[in-house]
Structures are given as C-alpha cells and as structure tokens.
Design a protein around this ligand. Structure first.
Ligand SMILES: C[S@@+](CC[C@H](N)C(=O)[O-])C[C@H]1O[C@@H](n2cnc3c(N)ncnc32)[C@H](O)[C@@H]1O
Length: 463
C-alpha cells in the first residue's frame, strides 16, 4: 500500500541543495526551478547545461554536514559513499532528502507532474515504477487537452465573488460543485466544434504496426468503434478515457450490421465528437472502409482515412516473403477467397497469365476452389504456397506446401484464423530466410485482460 502523504511544498526563495553536477542532477534542478527555489549545486564537476541555469554553483566536493541550513536536499551522484553521507547528514538535521534511484535513502519522492496554469497534479507510484507515473501523467494531459488550466482560472474568478456573498459553508460547497461542472462542460464543448471521423487501419495484429498518425488520433479520440481483429492494447490502453464501442464481425457471424456501424459513426460525429473507426489491417483493403466513407460523405461528416499495414503485407514481411521479388513476380494481387465457390468470380486464366504473387484473404475455407481454379488453368502444381495464420501476432504460424499437395497435407490439421494464403515462387524465400528472420511481435496485453467480454470472440458490447 502507498502510505506516502502527498504534500505541495512552498520552496520559493528557500535554500535547496543539489549534490551532483551531471545529467540526472540537471533533470532534478530543472524540476526544482519550477518551484522558484534558491538552488545551490555542489560538485567538483558541473555540466555546461547546469552552468547555464540560474543556480549558485559550488565547485567543491561534498563535505560532512554541508547540508546544514538547507530546506530540501537532492543527491544525484554516482558515488555511493557521498550519497550515504548526504542521507545521514539530512537525517541528523531533519532535512527532507532524495537520493536519486535509491528509495532506501529517500525521505520523499518527486512524482510525475502534470501542470496546466495553476493546476498541478502529482503522481506517485510509491517508488515502484516512475515510468508508469509518466504514462498516467500523459493520459491526464490527453484528457485535459489544455482546458483545465483555463477552466480553473475562470472558476477562481467566480469563486472570489461567491465566497464573499455566502456565509454558509455547505451552501458554498454546493454552489462551487455546480459551478465546476458547468464550467468544465462549457470548456470541453467549446473545444470540439465539429465532429470528425478517422477511419484508421490498426494493422494486422501486432499493435506496434499502427502508424504514428493512427496512434495520435486514438490518443485524441472521444469515442472508438473497433473491430474484432484489433489488438486490445490499441483499443483500451492508449486512451482509457475514450468511449469504446465494439462493432466486430467475423465471417458468417455478422453481429452488428454495416448500417448500424455507419449510423453510430454519424451520430457520434454529429455530437461534435472526434471518432476513431479502428479497423484491422488497412481500412480500404477488404475492410468495407469505402462504404463507411461514402455514408459519412452523404451525411456531410468530415472524415480522414489513415492507412494501415494490410494483413497480406504484414504477414508476408513477418516470415521473410518478399511479395514482389523481381526474379519471381511482376506484381502482387490481393484477392478475396470468400466468393470463389459460388460463381467463380475470379478470372483464373487471367490470374495464371499475370505471373503475379497471389494473396488470398478469407480464403482458407475455399482452398479447394482456389487450387482447382489455378491448376485447371495452367498454373504448375509445384507452385509454392504459404498459409500465414495469426500473422504478426505472438501466435503467428506458417504452413508451407504446394498447389498440388496442400489439400492432402492439410488433412487432420486445424488452421488458426485469421489466415492468409500466399501463392507464388516468392514463398521459397521463406525456406532460405527462416533461420534468420526473427520477427518478434509486440504483445502488451498477455493474457487479454478482463474487459467484461472476450475481444477475440464475436460479442457485441454496444450495437
Ligand atoms: C475482412 S478481411 C480484412 C482485411 C483487412 N482490412 C486488412 O487490410 O488486412 C479479414 C481477412 O484478412 C486476413 N487477415 C486479417 N488479419 C490477419 C492476420 N493477422 N494474419 C493473417 N490473415 C489476416 C484474413 O484472411 C481474414 O479473413
């Protein structure tokens, strides 16, 4: 349990001492300067960065009892003896002391700080993980969006008038609570005048494959509508403050209709919200992003499409398959395997003549039709074929075969989905490179946390 007492010290013009003159000392001095403390730096070696700061420099080594007279002391040296001496001296004089990175030699910690005008929020992790404190601070900053400082300024002006006119404490409290709520609502409403939808490609599985732009719009979103194949880290961790609407659907189990998804997007944008429509892979590659874009345009909603790494490209890269390697393929064709069986949608002859690497999405169920379509039209039975399952995820696997052998070799094997089929000579590169290609997919959420539903299943949370 964290038993630390959070206090905000008044250090303006108070004598404070920093022992150490390097990079860490510099960071601590920068933090202390924000409190307008009168800082003395003691160290035989002082960095140029520190020299340029408004501090008093004593270019001498620390001597016993040098802390006397200071209100607060920070030790940031790499000399354990000095650090211990500083700590013991501070204990003797009753001075708060922080020896950097040595919790046992600290009587206080400096937390991660979010500041906006007069508003200051300090975060403590009880010395357990300062990086986590910084992560939380950044989230606070995302939620505040520079509005809280201004809101506080406005509330403070009104508060002055209120406290002069009302004497009852409980009445003052009630009025102030209402004022705070009203002011914050005003500020946040003002900020988002026009709603906008960002149709974002989340990439094929590994959450680190999202674009920087995609990540930024997630950070700033008010609401995120997400698909079944999007990694939970992108949906839940990046922006915990955003509303989440799961609108996933998997083949054969369309749980939320496309019309419902579109009207949810339009409704949220019409409320002035920044809406992220987060889709697996790339939104415009077998992703129905086009239908959503058309619906938004028809409703007069501004939108932006942010490309993602499509599954075929991500899965191939992860296993060292160069889709357009110049000696084996003149092009790469992305196809759906979904409709093969019904009406032979594909022009198999044309596909064979193309000398293209063929990448089939949603094709595993129809592998027989794909193999027959190609081999009956002249494609060699020895053409290599790869089935990449759960590409770019920690569970990714590759199955290698040829057009003529694949059905036989798949007997008794249950393939994981999602999976992609890659057909062409480029698959041979995998055999040569597999010992060395060492893709390590990121997985921030392992096992998937308890979100009240299983993100990988087809459950509807809001529809
Ligand atoms: C409806 S499509 C969506 C494709 C997505 N828009 C894209 O650009 O990757 C779904 C199909 O993509 C493929 N797929 C998606 N993620 C995959 C992954 N991580 N590994 C292999 N195939 C994947 C599978 O063929 C799956 O059936």
């Amino acid at each position: 349990m964290n038993t630390l007492l959070p206090v905000f010290l008044k250090l303006e013009n108070e004598p404070t001492l920093v022992v150490g003159g390097g990079k860490i000392a510099h960071q601590k001095i920068e933090q202390l300067l924000k409190s307008k403390a009168s800082i003395t730096v003691k160290s035989p070696e002082i960095s140029e960065n520190i020299r340029s700061l408004p501090v008093k420099i004593t270019g001498m080594a620390y001597q016993k009892n040098d802390v006397e007279g200071y209100k607060l002391v920070i030790a940031a040296t790499d000399d354990e003896k000095i650090n211990c001496q500083v700590y013991e001296d501070c204990q003797q004089f009753g001075i708060p002391v922080n020896v950097v990175d040595q919790p046992e030699l600290c009587t206080f910690y400096m937390g991660s700080v979010f500041q906006d005008g007069d508003l200051k929020v300090a975060i403590s992790t009880n010395g357990k993980c300062p990086s986590f404190g910084k992560y939380i601070r950044d989230h606070i900053s995302n939620i505040s969006r520079g509005m809280w400082g201004k809101a506080l300024e406005k509330i403070a002006l009104q508060r002055e008038k209120i406290i002069n006119f009302i004497s009852s404490y409980s009445q003052k409290q009630q009025i102030m609570e209402k004022l705070v709520n009203k002011t914050n609502k005003e500020f946040f409403k003002k900020e988002v005048k026009q709603g906008k939808v960002f149709i974002v490609g989340a990439g094929p599985g590994d959450p680190e494959l999202i674009t920087v732009k995609g990540l930024q719009v997630i950070q700033n979103a008010n609401v995120i509508l997400h698909d079944a194949l999007v990694h939970p880290h992108l949906v839940f961790d990046i922006n915990p403050g955003a509303d989440k609407i799961f609108v996933g659907k998997r083949e054969g189990k369309h749980s939320v209709s496309q019309a419902t998804i579109q009207s949810l997007l339009i409704q949220a944008a019409n409320q002035g919200k920044q809406v992220v429509r987060l889709k697996g892979g790339d939104p415009f590659i077998f992703g129905r992003g086009a239908e959503e874009a058309e619906a938004l345009a028809a409703a007069g909603i501004p939108f932006e499409v942010i490309a993602g790494v499509t599954a075929g490209i991500g899965a191939a890269a992860g296993f060292g398959i160069p889709l357009t390697s110049r000696n084996e393929a003149q092009s790469t064709t992305l196809l759906t395997g979904h409709q093969c069986e019904k009406n032979g949608n594909h022009n198999w002859k044309a596909l064979v003549d193309l000398n293209s690497t063929l990448v089939f999405y949603m094709g595993v169920k129809n592998i027989t039709e794909i193999v027959t379509g190609l081999t009956n039209n002249g494609k060699s039975g020895s053409t290599p074929l790869a089935i990449v399952q759960n590409g770019t995820m920690v569970t990714q696997e590759i199955f290698i075969s040829t057009l003529e052998n694949v059905e036989k070799e798949l007997e008794g094997i249950t393939l994981k989905t999602p999976a992609i089929i890659i057909i062409g000579d480029v698959v041979n590169h995998h055999k040569r490179l597999q010992k060395y290609v060492n893709s390590i997919p990121a997985d921030y959420v392992d096992p998937v946390g308890d979100f009240g539903f299983d993100i990988w299943k087809n459950e509807v949370v809001v529809a």
